[in-house]
Design a protein around this ligand. Structure first.
Ligand SMILES: Cc1cc2nc3c(=O)[nH]c(=O)nc-3n(C[C@H](O)[C@H](O)[C@H](O)COP(=O)(O)OP(=O)(O)OC[C@H]3O[C@@H](n4cnc5c(N)ncnc54)[C@H](O)[C@@H]3O)c2cc1C
Ligand code: FES
Length: 287
């Protein structure tokens, strides 16, 4: 793990949509300069990304490979992401991590068992390495990407290459400009009903995206007795469990440390899930 912010040079930038870009950097120089022992990240883990003079913010790893190229996929929403967005190839950013727990892939996946991956908007980012891993393990998956409008679709080329032949990649748009018209949650519900009718068992549902979407998915899963794992977002400062900013009531679960991936068992106990988050002062706000 990279414990302190270390500078790394951006090697590649891909424009995914109007306000989303993927940045790739190679971490070999950090490992050798600071004698850090390397461990492969787990899909779902995140980095703290430092833009000097601006801020340090959490960003999920959207890719990593054997050559130690790591990627983050950034949506421009405010000051720090705008600065990141304006960086060019060879510019430097600071990174530390990876932090968090990552998605759990069940040991046993039988032939007639399906896994469903549901991403909302930029929430697709941490799901990409998860999807790669599930494909590598030959686990049967359905992927649903939900966005407001077709201009916001990301990773389509990547997902189409891997998944479309098996008809397992669905896109929903709120305005109906591409694919299913409506919310990803409605599409998810109808897919689940059809698969159950066909006699297929849903083994696991993985998700990342707006919390209201994940809250609804979780409740659909509860209704059908399906295990759920969601990647939660909370305000983060330290990223490794020290400052307490990201805790969930009433259990005191720290999203940066025990999460960001929380499963059904934990989510059932979190009264904050889908309802409250905290601002930088620690004050609770309604989501
Ligand atoms: C575990 C985790 C993984 C994330 N992964 C991604 C990702 O892969 N891609 C991506 O585009 N975004 C991701 N985010 C969200 C990203 O961190 C925020 O969009 C970013 O911090 C906004 O910073 P800003 O200065 O541009 O915007 P600001 O105007 O400062 O904030 C805009 C909004 O971003 C959120 N935010 C701001 N600062 C923080 C912070 N320190 N911690 C958490 N949320 C914050 C708040 O909701 C805030 O209202 C992730 C967040 C978390 C917690
Ligand atoms: S961000 Fe500090 S404890 Fe989670």
């Amino acid at each position: 793990m990279i414990k302190k912010p270390r500078m790394v040079q951006i090697s590649e930038i891909v424009q995914e949509s109007k306000d989303v870009k993927t940045f790739t950097f190679n971490i070999k120089s950090i490992l050798s300069n600071y004698s850090i022992q390397y461990q492969d990240p787990t899909p779902g883990e995140f980095l703290m990304v430092w833009v000097p003079g601006i801020d340090e913010i959490p960003m999920s790893l959207s890719g990593f490979n054997n050559n130690k190229d790591w990627s983050i996929t950034v949506k421009e929403v405010g000051e720090c992401t705008e600065m990141l967005f304006n960086l060019e190839k060879s510019d430097l950013v600071g990174i530390r991590g990876p932090f968090g727990n990552g998605f759990q892939i069940p040991e046993f996946n039988f032939n007639n068992q399906l896994n469903i991956v549901v991403g909302g908007g930029i929430g697709m980012a941490p799901l990409i390495p998860l999807i790669s891993e599930l494909i590598k393990l030959k686990i049967k998956i359905i992927v649903i990407e939900g966005v407001k409008s077709k201009e916001e679709i990301i990773f389509k080329k990547y997902l189409k290459n891997y998944l479309i032949e098996n008809e397992t990649f669905y896109i929903s748009t709120d305005d109906g400009s591409y694919g299913y018209k409506g919310f990803a949650t409605d599409l998810f519900n109808s897919i689940i009903e059809k698969e159950i009718e066909k006699g297929n068992k849903i083994n696991q549902v993985y998700s990342c995206g707006p919390e209201q979407m994940m809250y609804e998915l979780f409740h659909i899963c509860e209704k059908f007795n399906i295990s759920f794992q969601g990647s939660l977002e909370r305000m983060m400062r330290c990223g490794f469990g020290m400052c307490g900013l990201c805790v969930l009531d009433p259990s005191g679960i720290r999203v940066c440390r025990e999460g960001p991936i929380l499963d059904s068992k934990i989510l059932r106990t979190c009264t904050d899930f889908g309802k409250y988050n905290r601002d930088f002062s620690g004050k609770k706000n309604t989501i």
